[in-house]
Design a protein. Sequence first.
Length: 252
Amino acid sequence: MNKYYLHLLFSALLLPAGAAGQLVEQFAPPRANCCLPSTAKSLADQLQDWNQLGRYYADNQRLQQLPPDAGRVVFLGDSITDGWKLAQHFPGKPYVNRGISGQTTPQMLVRLFPDVIALKPAALVVLAGTNDIAGNTGWSTLTQIEDNLQAITELAQAHDIQVILCSVMPVSDYTARKQTLQRPPADILRLNTWIRDYAARANAGFADYYAATVDESGMLKQGFSGDGLHPNEQGYALLVPVAEAAIAKALP
Protein backbone atom coordinates (compact mmCIF):
# COMPACT_ATOMS: atom_id res chain seq x y z
CA MET A 1 0.00 0.00 0.00
CA ASN A 2 1.42 3.38 -1.01
CA LYS A 3 1.60 5.39 2.23
CA TYR A 4 1.09 8.66 0.36
CA TYR A 5 -2.24 7.58 -1.09
CA LEU A 6 -3.28 6.07 2.22
CA HIS A 7 -2.55 9.42 3.85
CA LEU A 8 -4.65 11.23 1.26
CA LEU A 9 -7.56 8.88 1.78
CA PHE A 10 -7.29 9.17 5.55
CA SER A 11 -7.18 12.96 5.30
CA ALA A 12 -10.23 13.01 3.05
CA LEU A 13 -12.17 11.00 5.59
CA LEU A 14 -11.45 13.66 8.20
CA LEU A 15 -13.10 16.41 6.14
CA PRO A 16 -16.91 16.63 6.23
CA ALA A 17 -18.46 16.80 2.77
CA GLY A 18 -18.90 20.35 1.61
CA ALA A 19 -17.10 21.79 4.67
CA ALA A 20 -16.46 25.52 4.50
CA GLY A 21 -13.30 27.11 5.83
CA GLN A 22 -14.33 29.00 8.98
CA LEU A 23 -13.81 29.21 12.73
CA VAL A 24 -16.55 27.94 15.00
CA GLU A 25 -17.68 28.93 18.45
CA GLN A 26 -18.02 25.38 19.71
CA PHE A 27 -16.16 22.19 18.83
CA ALA A 28 -18.86 19.78 17.70
CA PRO A 29 -17.58 17.70 14.80
CA PRO A 30 -19.52 14.71 13.43
CA ARG A 31 -18.94 11.57 15.43
CA ALA A 32 -16.04 9.54 14.05
CA ASN A 33 -16.25 5.83 13.47
CA CYS A 34 -13.81 3.42 14.98
CA CYS A 35 -10.62 2.38 13.21
CA LEU A 36 -10.38 5.02 10.49
CA PRO A 37 -6.95 3.83 9.24
CA SER A 38 -8.33 0.36 8.51
CA THR A 39 -11.37 1.92 6.83
CA ALA A 40 -9.12 4.03 4.63
CA LYS A 41 -7.01 1.00 3.73
CA SER A 42 -10.13 -0.99 2.87
CA LEU A 43 -11.32 1.78 0.55
CA ALA A 44 -7.89 2.03 -1.08
CA ASP A 45 -7.80 -1.73 -1.62
CA GLN A 46 -11.23 -1.67 -3.25
CA LEU A 47 -10.20 1.15 -5.57
CA GLN A 48 -7.46 -1.09 -6.95
CA ASP A 49 -10.19 -3.25 -8.50
CA TRP A 50 -12.87 -0.65 -9.14
CA ASN A 51 -14.26 -2.73 -12.02
CA GLN A 52 -14.14 -5.94 -9.94
CA LEU A 53 -12.12 -7.89 -12.47
CA GLY A 54 -11.12 -10.20 -9.65
CA ARG A 55 -14.67 -11.37 -8.93
CA TYR A 56 -14.73 -14.05 -11.65
CA TYR A 57 -11.01 -14.31 -12.41
CA ALA A 58 -10.52 -17.82 -11.04
CA ASP A 59 -13.66 -19.22 -12.67
CA ASN A 60 -12.73 -17.60 -15.98
CA GLN A 61 -9.36 -19.36 -15.85
CA ARG A 62 -11.11 -22.64 -15.14
CA LEU A 63 -13.56 -22.29 -18.03
CA GLN A 64 -10.85 -21.30 -20.49
CA GLN A 65 -9.07 -24.58 -19.82
CA LEU A 66 -12.16 -26.55 -20.86
CA PRO A 67 -13.49 -27.03 -24.39
CA PRO A 68 -16.10 -24.28 -24.91
CA ASP A 69 -19.70 -25.49 -24.85
CA ALA A 70 -21.38 -25.08 -28.22
CA GLY A 71 -24.38 -23.31 -26.71
CA ARG A 72 -22.62 -21.33 -24.01
CA VAL A 73 -24.43 -18.13 -23.10
CA VAL A 74 -22.98 -15.48 -20.79
CA PHE A 75 -25.35 -13.31 -18.78
CA LEU A 76 -23.69 -9.94 -18.10
CA GLY A 77 -25.29 -7.49 -15.69
CA ASP A 78 -25.70 -6.09 -12.21
CA SER A 79 -27.35 -7.45 -9.05
CA ILE A 80 -30.46 -8.60 -10.92
CA THR A 81 -28.26 -10.92 -12.98
CA ASP A 82 -25.96 -11.67 -10.05
CA GLY A 83 -28.87 -12.99 -8.01
CA TRP A 84 -30.33 -15.08 -10.84
CA LYS A 85 -29.89 -18.81 -10.17
CA LEU A 86 -29.30 -19.77 -13.78
CA ALA A 87 -28.72 -23.47 -13.11
CA GLN A 88 -32.05 -23.65 -11.32
CA HIS A 89 -34.08 -21.70 -13.89
CA PHE A 90 -32.31 -23.11 -16.98
CA PRO A 91 -31.44 -26.68 -15.95
CA GLY A 92 -28.91 -28.45 -18.12
CA LYS A 93 -27.99 -25.31 -20.06
CA PRO A 94 -24.34 -24.16 -20.32
CA TYR A 95 -25.17 -20.68 -19.09
CA VAL A 96 -22.57 -18.59 -17.29
CA ASN A 97 -23.46 -15.86 -14.80
CA ARG A 98 -21.27 -12.77 -14.91
CA GLY A 99 -23.47 -10.34 -12.99
CA ILE A 100 -21.99 -8.16 -10.24
CA SER A 101 -24.15 -6.32 -7.76
CA GLY A 102 -24.17 -2.54 -8.06
CA GLN A 103 -22.33 -2.33 -11.36
CA THR A 104 -22.89 0.19 -14.12
CA THR A 105 -22.28 0.00 -17.87
CA PRO A 106 -18.74 1.48 -17.80
CA GLN A 107 -17.67 -1.22 -15.36
CA MET A 108 -19.26 -3.95 -17.49
CA LEU A 109 -17.55 -2.61 -20.60
CA VAL A 110 -14.14 -3.02 -18.94
CA ARG A 111 -15.10 -6.56 -17.90
CA LEU A 112 -16.21 -7.57 -21.38
CA PHE A 113 -12.97 -9.18 -22.54
CA PRO A 114 -12.08 -11.27 -19.46
CA ASP A 115 -15.63 -12.09 -18.36
CA VAL A 116 -17.26 -12.64 -21.76
CA ILE A 117 -15.12 -12.66 -24.90
CA ALA A 118 -12.38 -14.87 -23.44
CA LEU A 119 -15.00 -17.51 -22.63
CA LYS A 120 -15.98 -17.83 -26.32
CA PRO A 121 -19.74 -17.92 -25.77
CA ALA A 122 -22.22 -18.32 -28.59
CA ALA A 123 -24.38 -15.55 -27.16
CA LEU A 124 -24.32 -12.72 -24.65
CA VAL A 125 -27.35 -11.50 -22.68
CA VAL A 126 -26.88 -7.94 -21.40
CA LEU A 127 -29.10 -6.44 -18.70
CA ALA A 128 -27.68 -3.07 -17.64
CA GLY A 129 -28.51 0.56 -17.07
CA THR A 130 -30.64 0.76 -13.94
CA ASN A 131 -27.60 1.52 -11.76
CA ASP A 132 -26.38 4.15 -14.22
CA ILE A 133 -29.72 5.91 -13.82
CA ALA A 134 -29.34 5.66 -10.04
CA GLY A 135 -25.85 7.19 -10.20
CA ASN A 136 -24.05 4.27 -8.56
CA THR A 137 -20.68 5.30 -10.01
CA GLY A 138 -21.47 8.96 -10.56
CA TRP A 139 -23.99 10.84 -12.61
CA SER A 140 -24.40 9.76 -16.21
CA THR A 141 -26.15 11.11 -19.29
CA LEU A 142 -28.41 8.97 -21.40
CA THR A 143 -25.91 9.24 -24.25
CA GLN A 144 -23.12 7.88 -22.06
CA ILE A 145 -25.17 4.81 -21.17
CA GLU A 146 -26.04 4.33 -24.84
CA ASP A 147 -22.37 4.62 -25.83
CA ASN A 148 -21.37 1.94 -23.34
CA LEU A 149 -24.09 -0.46 -24.45
CA GLN A 150 -23.17 0.14 -28.07
CA ALA A 151 -19.49 -0.54 -27.34
CA ILE A 152 -20.37 -3.77 -25.50
CA THR A 153 -22.54 -4.88 -28.42
CA GLU A 154 -20.07 -4.08 -31.17
CA LEU A 155 -17.08 -5.62 -29.36
CA ALA A 156 -18.99 -8.84 -28.75
CA GLN A 157 -20.26 -8.98 -32.33
CA ALA A 158 -16.73 -8.44 -33.61
CA HIS A 159 -15.86 -11.71 -31.88
CA ASP A 160 -18.78 -13.58 -33.46
CA ILE A 161 -20.94 -13.50 -30.34
CA GLN A 162 -24.68 -13.09 -30.76
CA VAL A 163 -25.83 -10.23 -28.54
CA ILE A 164 -29.19 -9.99 -26.79
CA LEU A 165 -29.97 -6.62 -25.21
CA CYS A 166 -32.54 -6.57 -22.42
CA SER A 167 -34.87 -3.74 -21.54
CA VAL A 168 -34.36 -2.36 -18.04
CA MET A 169 -36.96 -3.63 -15.60
CA PRO A 170 -39.40 -1.22 -13.97
CA VAL A 171 -39.15 -0.40 -10.27
CA SER A 172 -41.90 0.20 -7.74
CA ASP A 173 -42.83 2.13 -4.64
CA TYR A 174 -44.98 -0.68 -3.24
CA THR A 175 -42.37 -1.68 -0.65
CA ALA A 176 -40.82 0.25 2.24
CA ARG A 177 -38.17 1.82 0.02
CA LYS A 178 -39.41 4.17 -2.70
CA GLN A 179 -37.36 3.04 -5.69
CA THR A 180 -38.64 5.63 -8.16
CA LEU A 181 -36.71 8.38 -6.35
CA GLN A 182 -33.40 7.01 -7.61
CA ARG A 183 -34.73 5.40 -10.78
CA PRO A 184 -37.46 7.61 -12.25
CA PRO A 185 -39.80 5.58 -14.50
CA ALA A 186 -39.53 8.23 -17.23
CA ASP A 187 -35.75 7.70 -17.40
CA ILE A 188 -36.18 3.94 -17.59
CA LEU A 189 -38.62 4.37 -20.48
CA ARG A 190 -36.25 6.70 -22.34
CA LEU A 191 -33.40 4.21 -22.05
CA ASN A 192 -35.60 1.27 -23.02
CA THR A 193 -36.81 3.05 -26.14
CA TRP A 194 -33.23 3.49 -27.24
CA ILE A 195 -32.29 -0.12 -26.41
CA ARG A 196 -35.16 -1.50 -28.48
CA ASP A 197 -34.36 0.75 -31.44
CA TYR A 198 -30.62 0.16 -31.27
CA ALA A 199 -31.03 -3.63 -31.03
CA ALA A 200 -32.96 -3.55 -34.31
CA ARG A 201 -30.34 -1.33 -35.99
CA ALA A 202 -27.43 -3.40 -34.71
CA ASN A 203 -28.96 -6.76 -35.69
CA ALA A 204 -28.97 -7.77 -32.02
CA GLY A 205 -31.61 -9.69 -30.15
CA PHE A 206 -33.99 -8.00 -27.76
CA ALA A 207 -35.45 -9.41 -24.54
CA ASP A 208 -38.28 -7.26 -23.22
CA TYR A 209 -38.03 -7.81 -19.47
CA TYR A 210 -39.83 -4.51 -18.90
CA ALA A 211 -43.02 -5.64 -20.65
CA ALA A 212 -42.95 -8.94 -18.74
CA THR A 213 -42.78 -7.30 -15.32
CA VAL A 214 -44.61 -3.95 -15.55
CA ASP A 215 -48.14 -3.36 -14.22
CA GLU A 216 -50.83 -0.97 -15.40
CA SER A 217 -49.32 1.83 -13.28
CA GLY A 218 -45.88 1.54 -14.85
CA MET A 219 -44.47 -0.12 -11.72
CA LEU A 220 -42.80 -3.46 -11.12
CA LYS A 221 -45.65 -5.85 -10.46
CA GLN A 222 -46.58 -6.10 -6.81
CA GLY A 223 -45.58 -9.38 -5.20
CA PHE A 224 -42.75 -10.07 -7.65
CA SER A 225 -40.06 -8.19 -5.71
CA GLY A 226 -39.18 -7.82 -2.07
CA ASP A 227 -37.72 -4.34 -2.39
CA GLY A 228 -39.27 -2.88 -5.53
CA LEU A 229 -36.07 -3.33 -7.53
CA HIS A 230 -34.81 -6.91 -7.47
CA PRO A 231 -37.08 -9.74 -8.63
CA ASN A 232 -37.89 -12.51 -6.19
CA GLU A 233 -38.32 -16.11 -7.31
CA GLN A 234 -41.70 -15.30 -8.85
CA GLY A 235 -40.16 -12.32 -10.58
CA TYR A 236 -37.34 -14.34 -12.10
CA ALA A 237 -39.93 -16.84 -13.31
CA LEU A 238 -41.40 -14.04 -15.43
CA LEU A 239 -38.01 -13.40 -17.04
CA VAL A 240 -37.21 -17.02 -17.91
CA PRO A 241 -39.52 -17.45 -20.95
CA VAL A 242 -38.48 -14.04 -22.29
CA ALA A 243 -34.80 -14.99 -22.09
CA GLU A 244 -35.44 -18.46 -23.52
CA ALA A 245 -37.28 -17.04 -26.53
CA ALA A 246 -34.56 -14.48 -27.24
CA ILE A 247 -31.78 -17.06 -26.95
CA ALA A 248 -33.65 -19.53 -29.17
CA LYS A 249 -34.03 -16.84 -31.82
CA ALA A 250 -30.34 -15.86 -31.59
CA LEU A 251 -29.11 -19.47 -31.67
CA PRO A 252 -31.41 -21.42 -33.99
